[in-house]
Ligand binder design. Structure first.
Ligand code: FUL
Ligand code: CA
Length: 490
């Protein structure tokens, strides 16, 4: 019996002694959740504002518009979501209720909803129409239900908080899986309030009971990233220009400002969101929101003021290109469609995105690097160009700087460099420098800080070279990169 055991166990021991035990680098700092990782992959999505406010030509409806004005006879969610998709967006957030309080679904919580409008004879449900359009076009779907409600007579009392939660419950339970639940910071002020027409102030830090409200979101929509000035999953970047800081960390420790120490929607030191905090307590990446037109709602007089492809490029490179996401405001017109000027720019921008990032010149290069973790293929260079975010190159424990070289047989011409860190192990790299080989010497062409989910570097001009060098400067932890891209561009 003993002998039998020996013959069974000995070969196993042998295998164990000869194989190298591959171990991942230790995680560093705050880490993303699974739902945040999915959100990072979304990168670029749209925010649709469409309520009676559109028909009034206002930006903030007072809450007293007659539902009879809401009659978009040509409404087509497929046209709107389709144009967003052509631009390269991967999801849509619908403002299901804005500050004016009008619900785009037949809510049982208030009469001020779509069933009182002439659209589809009061039988329509716009939230459902967008949900279906997103499903048929392979787009993610999320919602913005405004906490502030300028129509509701109960706004400011505990009764309204119950109503708001019930509205969220209707949305969370009736419209499938949401990728985001978006909460605005504008809270309290002038409003119609059921005819009272007065100013109502609330204590932003306690009124809504955000903790238990968000616990409900987790229970009912566990995949939805909760967005607000204070996260907890995604933070506001701190401006409505769509721009993240040149240095921008996914990590952040939000703090209260005017109302209390506690950070809540509408009360944070939001300017700190632009850069985040290197040693932030939470993984709380930024969303860069910006309207496509001057305002969030459609105004015919702004038809010529739609952002240009050039403007969108700058915004994209400073948001998605800085490791955050871009949420572009889309404003359907009174017919219920995106205006042709908007559609044209969205299409052209999508084409630019597609063309620019389609051919990765790094795949054609021979690559060398100063260190590969445990000299193991599991952490090897081939992981850098396999279009797989779950595979990565890493260095040995304690090796926090590195040099990567790419060499081509013939000169290549490029303008964009894209790096992606393997963020499940945290944001580890502090800064990176890039050089091209020219006249028998290395010439620095750019540098960048805070890589994170992705960093796109646009060189000041096209460069041509046969050798390119990426220097990862002394970092907080061993670098782990999942992808490198080098693109010709314009
Ligand atoms: C803001 C709101 O007050 C605007 O009306 C808009 O909805 C924007 C996205 O968020 O804070
Ligand atoms: Ca990879």
């Amino acid at each position: 019996m003993k002998r039998l055991l020996f013959f069974l166990i000995f070969p196993l021991l042998l295998i164990r002694c000869t194989s190298v035990h591959i171990h991942e680098p230790k995680p560093f700092g705050a880490l993303p959740s699974e739902r945040q990782l999915r959100w990072h992959e979304t990168e670029f999505y749209g925010l649709i504002h469409y309520t009676p406010t559109t028909f009034e030509g206002k930006e903030w409806g007072y809450g007293d518009a007659d539902p009879a004005v809401f009659n978009p006879t040509k409404f087509d969610a497929g046209q709107i979501v389709g144009a967003a998709r052509q631009a390269g967006m991967k999801g849509i957030i619908l403002v299901a209720k804005h500050h004016d309080g009008f619900c785009l679904w037949p809510s049982a919580t208030t009469d001020y909803n779509i069933s009182r409008s002439p659209w589809k004879n009061g039988q329509g449900d716009m939230v459902m129409e967008f949900r279906k359009a997103c499903d048929s076009l392979g787009m993610k779907f999320g919602v913005y239900v405004s906490p502030w409600d300028r129509n509701n007579p109960y706004y400011g009392s505990p009764e309204y908080v119950k109503i708001y939660r019930e509205q969220l419950r209707e949305i969370y339970s009736g419209y499938g899986t949401l990728f985001m639940s978006w909460h605005d910071g504008a809270n309290g002020g002038d409003g119609f309030y059921g005819g009272a027409k007065e100013h109502r102030q609330i204590d932003r830090s306690i009124y809504y009971g955000w903790d238990s409200l968000w616990a409900m979101t987790r229970r009912m929509q566990p995949n939805a990233c909760i967005f607000s000035d204070a996260g907890p999953d995604v933070r506001w970047i701190g401006n409505e220009n769509g721009l993240a800081g040149e240095t921008c960390w996914a990590t952040y420790s939000p703090q209260g400002n005017l109302y209390s120490e506690r950070p809540v929607p509408g009360d944070t030191r939001y300017l700190e969101g632009v850069e985040g905090h290197r040693d932030g307590k939470y993984w709380m990446p930024g969303e860069c929101d910006v309207p496509f037109r001057p305002g969030w709602f459609y105004h015919a007089e702004q038809d010529s003021l739609v952002k240009t492809v050039e403007m969108l490029k700058t915004i994209y490179l400073s948001s998605v290109g800085h490791g955050q996401s871009l949420d572009l405001g889309l404003s359907p017109d009174k017919n219920g469609l995106l205006h042709q000027n908007d559609v044209a720019v969205l299409q052209n921008f999508g084409r630019w995105l597609q063309e620019t990032f389609s051919i990765n010149l790094a795949k054609q290069a021979e690559m060398n690097v100063s260190n590969v973790r445990q000299a193991q293929p599991a952490f090897g260079l081939q992981n850098l160009t396999d279009d797989d975010l779950s595979t990565y190159w890493a260095t040995d424990d304690g090796v926090c700087q590195a040099e990567l070289r790419l060499q081509w047989k013939q000169p290549v011409t490029f303008r964009y460099i894209r790096l992606r860190e393997y963020i499940p192990l945290g944001q580890r790299i502090d800064s990176v420098a890039f050089d091209i080989y020219e006249n028998n010497d290395w010439r620095p062409v750019a540098q960048a800080t805070s890589i994170g989910a992705q960093r796109i570097i646009q060189l000041p001009e096209l460069v041509s070279t046969t050798q390119f060098r990426i220097r990862i400067l002394p970092s907080a932890a061993e670098p782990c990169l999942s992808e490198i891209g080098i693109y010709a561009g314009d």
